[in-house]
Design a protein around this ligand. Structure first.
Ligand code: ZN
Length: 168
């Protein structure tokens, strides 16, 4: 495994629509391992392949239980993810992005989503998420379509000292 460089705006790969994955071979396995290591080192709660300069539809997410900090964080690896169901209810939360250092913003997101995709072996998976986990999935899947949180933000600002927001 190796750390990869996280690219930041205005790197063009962040604005491109990422390609669907069709080859689940060694190259993809290495990419996923590197993305997990890079996300953990950042540290971040999620990472999309375009953020490490690879225009493929791959995301990794690692997030614990919001209510119980004793529950260990769960790692999700999703290839070709898409949101197939979502709540009508929206919630505003404050987000940051590893590719937009130095800024955070309030973003309106769907409160719960069902994400369909494949795991790293190409088998179908379906995940129901709500709250922060749902927010992270929406943020990452946006990355695959070249959309950044600042495009959706109600307002964006430079965080004050001690104002810490999960980055992804
Ligand atoms: Zn991001």
């Amino acid at each position: 495994m190796a750390l990869r460089e996280i690219v930041t705006v205005p790197e063009p790969v962040l604005r491109r629509k990422a390609r669907k994955v069709t080859d689940f071979g060694n190259e993809l396995q290495t990419l996923i391992d590197d993305m997990v290591e890079t996300m953990r080192a950042a540290p971040g709660v999620g990472l999309a392949a375009p953020q490490v300069n690879v225009p493929l539809r791959v995301i990794v997410v690692e997030f614990g239980d919001e209510e119980d900090e004793n529950v260990p964080p769960k790692l999700y690896t999703l290839v070709n993810p898409e949101i197939v169901r979502s709540s009508n209810e929206m919630v505003v939360g404050t987000e940051g992005c590893l590719s937009i250092p130095g800024f955070i913003g309030d973003v309106d997101r769907m409160k719960s989503v069902t994400v369909k995709g494949q795991n790293r072996r190409g088998q179908p998976v379906r995940i129901k998420a709500e709250g922060w986990l749902a927010r992270i999935f929406q943020h990452e899947i946006d990355h695959l379509d070249g959309i950044l949180f600042t495009d959706r933000a109600l307002r964006v600002w430079k965080p004050q000292e001690g104002e810490v927001v999960p980055q992804d």
